[in-house]
Design a protein. Structure first.
Length: 331
């Protein structure tokens, strides 16, 4: 029996009308009103979420606009800091064996990743105080219970609000691609805020902006690719969930758990040089900046390799079963 059908509908072989017995479609005026109200509530809810996020991010952009007008090099630093993350996102986009996702949908997902990041900033700031007093243990709990889960949920929401609902999201692999682009948007605004903060602090102290901000730019350049990798994992499972509706919830949760765990582990390790060196023993004795760069390359490289293998397996299976012919026929 089809799980999407009531037993009456499944068993009925004649043409009898089962409206409001086992099936339903809008026929009466009340039916049509209900349909319109439901659509308006959904649209209004999405608009409210995006509108609130825009208000939050507007203030963040205002600070950066002031800094950029005072010193245009700020914009250059922000752009450069996103290049490594952009490279990974483009690489994943190029791996799409079905068809390349359209720039318009990718751009919307990127912008949603930028806009919705404000929610994560507010939540992180709100709850940070609850964990600070607990010392090192509190910091770990903060990363695993707040930062990792909240930021990954926000990035996945950037995919779910638009790309997921379009006809372009028509394969599991699309989830990884749109997830990566949402992560790119998140990384872009996060880098922007850190670099702007560095500029404002240097300006307030009348210090040299270049010397005080270059380390921040370098740090954010290496931190950005992680966001792409984490949300690509969560996105892949969102894609898997779309085509397995009977298990949609658990599949999405699995993707978020994986992404949040990788994310939180990264934050925990880079926040403590001793932990980082314990995780990668040969980092001991290296200057902190070099140790950080080496660690990030190893850590992100490892998880990107796992992600790449997962996407490559999809590509290989797609080709082995001749799915391209079926896809073209469907089109």
């Amino acid at each position: 029996m089809d799980g999407d059908q009531d037993p009456i509908e499944w068993a009925t072989t004649d043409d009898r009308d089962l409206q409001e017995v086992a099936t339903w479609e809008p026929r009466s005026t009340l039916d049509r009103i209900s349909t319109v109200v439901y659509g308006a509530v959904l649209a209004g809810g999405r608009a409210a979420v995006i509108g609130l996020a825009l208000l939050i991010v507007a203030g963040q952009f205002a600070l950066t606009a002031v800094a950029t007008m005072e010193d245009p090099i700020v914009a250059v630093y922000i752009a450069l800091s996103v290049v490594p993350a952009l490279f990974l996102a483009v690489l994943l986009w190029r791996m799409d064996v079905v068809q390349y996702e359209p720039i318009q949908t990718l751009s919307t997902t990127f912008l949603l990743g930028v806009v919705l990041a404000g929610f994560a900033a507010v939540v992180n700031s709100t709850f940070r105080g609850l964990f600070v007093g607990l010392g090192a243990v509190g910091l770990v709990l903060y990363f695993f219970l707040i930062v990792g889960p909240i930021e990954e949920v926000v990035k996945l929401l950037a995919v779910r609000l638009h790309a997921y609902r379009t006809d372009h999201f028509d394969a599991v692999i699309d989830g990884a691609i749109y997830g990566a682009v949402a992560g790119l948007g998140f990384a872009a605004i996060e880098n922007m805020l850190y670099i702007t903060e560095g500029y404002l602090q240097a300006a307030e102290a009348s210090g040299p902006f270049l010397r005080s901000t270059v380390p921040t730019v370098a740090f954010r350049s290496f931190a950005g690719p992680g966001h792409v990798i984490y949300s690509a994992f969560a996105g892949y499972y969102l894609g898997l969930a779309k085509f397995n509706p009977e298990h949609r919830g658990p599949i999405i949760v699995k993707g978020l758990l994986i992404a949040a765990a990788i994310h939180a582990t990264y934050n925990t390790l880079v926040s403590n040089l001793e932990l980082m060196a314990g995780f990668v023993p040969f980092l001991q004795g290296l200057p902190p900046a070099i140790a950080f760069v080496v660690f990030v390359v190893i850590y992100d490289g490892f998880f990107f390799a796992l992600l790449y293998a997962k996407v490559a397996r999809y590509r290989r299976t797609f080709e082995e079963v001749g799915a391209k012919s079926f896809y073209l026929f469907k089109e």
